[in-house]
Design a protein around this ligand. Structure first.
Ligand code: SF4
Ligand code: SF4
Length: 181
């Protein structure tokens, strides 16, 4: 319960902190360039992308990573710093972020791992809508894996397969009406 409250308080902070981003809700191309792993790292396989743009007192991502990939240097309000070369693409950090700002992408396979807090939670084998950062459908997405245990603390991790050229675009999913069970 305490952790749930902490997650909620931190998430509210994310929503309230940066009025510019809150107004649009969408990062600019310039924002994204700052958090995109180098092309040579993306060519190697699955890699984390931390789309965290707001200076807030938040750091669960740091403790969540078993490899020490994510650090926040100096002040807790500073933005996370990511050592992409150390990242294994395991995805463990995804559900720890109250801002739903962490993803793992794999350019080679077209797999995107993303956080999901809506219901119904899709199931492996489902086809859902792949949405861009504006919430617009850009493709069909095949659900290839779902992690939704106590460990994820109600922030499920959904693995989807999409066209490889869209791994930098798709950041959410929508469960289509036909799948409502
Ligand atoms: S994907 Fe795994 S290795 Fe990479 S930052 Fe997240 S927890 Fe660490
Ligand atoms: S990535 Fe998530 S957990 Fe880490 S500082 Fe940003 S909002 Fe907090």
């Amino acid at each position: 319960m305490q952790r749930e409250m902490l997650k909620r308080v931190q998430h509210d902070s994310v929503v309230q902190h940066d009025s510019k981003l809150t107004a649009s809700g969408i990062p600019t191309q310039e924002d994204l360039e700052k958090v995109t792993p180098p092309p040579e790292r993306l060519d190697k396989g699955p890699c984390v992308i931390v789309e965290c743009f707001q200076k807030i007192p938040c750091d669960p991502c740091v403790d969540a990573c078993p490899k020490g990939v994510i650090t926040i240097q100096g002040n807790i309000n500073n933005l996370p710093v990511v050592d992409y070369e150390k990242c294994t693409g395991c995805g463990v950090c995804i559900s720890a972020c109250p801002g739903l700002a962490i993803f793992v992408i794999d350019k080679k396979t077209g797999i995107v791992m993303l956080p999901y807090e809506f219901i119904p939670v899709p199931e492996k084998g489902d086809t859902v809508d792949g949405l861009n950062r504006k919430g617009e459908k850009v493709c069909d997405a095949e659900v290839v894996k779902v992690l939704n245990t106590k460990k994820q603390d109600r922030t499920a991790i959904i693995h989807i397969r999409i066209p490889r050229n869209l791994v930098m675009e798709v950041r959410n999913i929508r469960v289509t009406v036909g799948l409502l069970r």
